[in-house]
Design a binder for this molecule. Structure first.
Ligand code: G3I
Length: 305
């Protein structure tokens, strides 16, 4: 096929992009989005500070704009994210203990209920593990409510929206030999063995010189899948340019295609100028919306090389 989305769909997968609500009035941006992608992830609009800016006051306007645009185009939507140490509204940053636990679970329940049945997946918990070599949980106000906060969030999400896949999502979990990868793997294995409701693991896959695309990436995806969960590449961007970048994009696509339970790929933005990496060129389209070599390579890989 001639677009990313249609090519991914040929193997039952999706090819998505992170989308910002305030760019839906940019005709170049929307033109590429509608032509190329069949899944979207709101880049910031479903985060806790956006959806519950004051405790108990929920705000869905921007997130709903993205969801309704996606629906009008027949695109899936990945929800991102219900419980995270970052982008908490001020009121939540100042909470702790049992009050925070209750507020976090209420947030999960309310937001998952608002979108019940409308999303393909939720990143229920984002980035709960620390970087470094000890495989530890990240210290955060959520972690300090008790080590079971992650499974409590998953159980609340399942109760509110039983049909949507529930994912754990993180970065620097791409290299199979890294302690953080193994720590998340152990958590997922434990959740599966105890019946904690988890359906998928998201690999953000922000590749750069500090955490490059690893040659064992496919091993990581297939090892998690062997635990009985789906896997997804959720926030892909690759630092660099030209042939080197293009080759890596092709390798990532081939790794997903090689793993039956790899649901699809989401790139974290459309044009380089849309990227959170302000000075980089990590995406598939240049600032003018032209296809880069990375695009051509990804599309060719989706179509079998
Ligand atoms: O909306 C305000 C705007 O009103 C204000 O004028 C402006 C001034 O700084 O800030 C705007 O908010 C910014 C927002 O992006 C929208 O552009 C925030 O400051 C900024 O912190 C926020 O950054 C986002 C970042 O997450 C926050 O953690 C990036 O867009 C977003 O791409 C990034 O995404 C994360 C994933 O959620 C999780 N994985 C890593 C990934 C990259 O960091």
């Amino acid at each position: 096929a001639t677009t990313l989305g249609a090519s991914a769909a040929a193997s039952g997968r999706y090819f998505g992009a992170a989308v910002a609500a305030n760019k839906l009035s940019d005709s170049t941006y929307v033109g590429i989005l509608n032509r190329e992608f069949n899944s979207v992830t709101p880049e910031n609009e479903m985060k806790i500070d956006a959806t519950e800016p004051s405790q108990g006051q929920f705000s869905y306007t921007n997130a709903d704009r993205i969801v309704s645009h996606a629906k009008s185009q027949g695109m899936q939507v990945r929800g991102h994210t219900l419980a995270w140490h970052s982008q908490q509204p001020g009121w939540m940053q100042n909470m702790s203990g049992a009050a925070l636990r209750t507020a976090m679970l209420n947030h999960v329940t309310q937001v998952a209920t608002h979108y019940k049945g409308q999303l393909s997946a939720w990143d229920v918990v984002n980035e709960a593990y620390a970087d470094g070599n000890d495989g530890a949980r990240r210290d955060s106000n959520l972690q300090r409510t008790g080590n079971d906060w992650i499974e409590a969030a998953f159980r609340a999400a399942r109760a509110a929206d039983p049909a949507t896949k529930l994912c754990y999502n993180d970065y620097n979990t791409d290299n199979w030999s890294w302690a953080k990868t193994q720590a998340v793997y152990s958590m997922v294995r434990d959740f599966k063995s105890r019946g904690v409701p988890i359906d998928c693991v998201g690999f953000q896959s922000h590749f750069n010189s500090g955490s490059p695309y690893p040659s064992n990436y496919r091993t990581t995806l297939s090892s998690f899948a062997a635990l009985g969960v789906d896997v997804a590449i959720t926030e892909l961007d690759i630092e660099g340019s030209g042939t080197t970048q293009a080759t890596t994009y092709g390798n990532v696509v081939n790794d997903c295609l090689a793993v039956a339970r790899c649901l699809g790929i989401t790139v974290w933005g459309i044009r380089d100028t849309d990227s959170w990496r302000a000075s980089g060129t990590p995406l598939l389209f240049d600032g003018n919306g032209n296809k880069k070599a990375a695009y051509t390579s990804a599309l060719a890989a989706l179509n079998g090389g």
